[in-house]
Write a protein that binds this ligand. Structure first.
Ligand SMILES: [Zn+2]
Length: 246
């Protein structure tokens, strides 16, 4: 690492959990982030700032004025641009040392499998159950860890699924694959800062898994009620009848 890199990452390298070795590990890592919205914004910004070497972003949407209340990666002048192009522009400005690759489409199973195969970990920052179940399935097939979060109104949840391990529960152990869960924030509203909290946790858990430190949220689902500012952690066991992981 050169002097500039040592300076850029100095506060992180100082952490005994990271050190120079950990920083090099992050530099060699690749992360797929699916969804460049309210969760994907802080996730991508923190991972880029932390020096994760390669970020692959996917989103098929354009920046809308109504996104700016929570999708903090974008500015007013990005309105109308493809989200992934605007995201790449801002992330490369934040940290020119990293590589950002983008996909402007909803990923089908084949392309998703190919992308997941090439990364170390996947972040689910999507806003719909179809994508969440698809990501869970493909990450299990490819044996890659999945960091999942969802936010609605002033409530959030986050968990880590070690789909690279046989003993970890998966997203399908948590939810039945039904259509009735399809409430979205465009219908119910969402507080931007609460999305930011959950995205920041996803970034933290991603870095922990990449560095192999601490205790990630595996087999636990953390739930936030931001109105009362109360956290609850519930244990999640592997479902022996789960069609995906058992
Ligand atoms: Zn399962």
């Amino acid at each position: 690492m050169d002097d500039e890199q040592l300076l850029r990452y100095s506060r992180q390298i100082m952490l005994p959990q990271c050190g120079i070795e950990g920083q090099i590990r992050l530099h060699q890592a690749a992360v797929l982030i699916v969804g460049m919205g309210g969760l994907g914004s802080p996730v991508a910004m923190y991972l880029a700032a932390s020096g994760v070497g390669e970020l692959i972003l996917s989103d098929d949407d354009q920046v809308d004025l109504s996104n700016l209340q929570r999708q903090i990666l974008f500015t007013t002048s990005d309105v109308g641009r493809d989200k992934v192009d605007a995201a790449r522009h801002h992330l490369e400005a934040l940290n020119p040392e990293i590589v950002v690759r983008v996909y402007k489409e909803r990923l089908d199973d084949d392309l998703l499998a190919e992308l997941v195969h090439g990364v170390d970990i996947v972040v689910d920052a999507s806003d719909n159950f179809t994508t969440r179940f698809q990501l869970n399935r493909v990450c299990k097939q490819q044996a890659k860890p999945l960091v999942s979060a969802a936010v609605i109104r002033m409530e959030g949840q986050v968990s880590v699924f070690r789909l690279d391990r046989d003993d970890s529960p998966c997203y399908r152990c948590l939810y039945e694959d039904t259509e009735e869960l399809a409430e979205t924030c465009s219908e119910t509203g969402v507080m931007g800062s609460v999305v930011g909290i959950m995205g920041s946790i996803q970034a933290t858990e991603t870095i922990k898994v990449l560095l192999d430190i601490g205790s990630p949220l595996v087999g636990r689902v953390m739930l936030l009620d931001a109105e009362r500012m109360e956290w609850r952690t519930v244990k999640l066991a592997k479902d022996p009848k789960c069609p995906v992981c058992s």
